[in-house]
Design a protein around this ligand. Structure first.
Ligand code: IMP
Ligand code: MG
Length: 183
């Protein structure tokens, strides 16, 4: 593990803290307008979505609750097969649910999650993601709110990790290609 910080493997900042916060405010205002008069349940997938959720929930001017799920994928060759390692604490039947994601890549994880959530008969389910890596999309997903459409690069920071590291960076950055290609 490198002992320099941030890290020489980080290439360049793609979205600064200011750009991220501007996107959070814009999305928060859109959600506030769209759900006026309703009570929202924000559902976030740990751990990557935690940073975005923490900022976004304070940019929405509505009564809302937050709940968390954790999932683990079965690894290469088993894309889209996902196991719930921590379920929601509360039922979502009859609730207006907004899934808050850090990044949607192939979309297979989210497609699975949406199937699970819809079986619980919520009043509605919508999707909000900070980052949309749309070039790699395999599952057809409705994404109501997005921060940025991102290039097909491996990104770290603001929740996104490589082997658990770099989630806590206040910006989103790319890694040097040789590191990304080794993954
Ligand atoms: P999907 O099922 O391919 O959409 O996988 C989405 C998940 O893959 C995200 O929630 C992240 O955990 C991870 N992921 C996808 N792209 C990146 C990236 O560029 N950096 C870090 N994690 C990523
Ligand atoms: Mg995730």
């Amino acid at each position: 593990m490198s002992d320099s910080f941030p890290d020489p493997r980080i290439d360049r900042v793609l979205y600064s803290p200011e750009e991220i916060q501007a996107a959070v405010r814009r999305i928060g205002a859109d959600i506030t307008a769209d759900y006026t008069g309703r009570t929202l349940t924000l559902v976030t997938v740990l751990k990557g979505g935690a940073m975005f959720l923490a900022d976004l929930c304070r940019a929405i001017e509505l009564p809302l609750t937050v709940d968390f799920m954790a999932i683990s994928s079965y690894g290469p060759g088993a894309e889209g097969s996902v196991r719930i390692t921590k379920d929601l604490d509360d039922p979502i039947e009859g609730r207006d649910v907004l899934v808050v994601e850090d990044i949607i890549d192939t979309g297979l994880t989210l497609a699975y999650l949406l199937r699970v959530l819809r079986q619980r008969r919520p009043a509605s389910v919508s999707v909000c993601t900070l980052l949309d890596k749309d070039a790699r999309r395999l599952a057809d997903l409705p994404i109501e709110y997005r921060g940025f459409t991102v290039p097909d690069r491996f990104l770290v920071g603001y929740g996104l990790d490589l082997d658990g590291l770099w989630r806590t960076l206040p910006y989103v950055a790319t890694l040097h290609d040789e590191i990304w290609e080794a993954e």
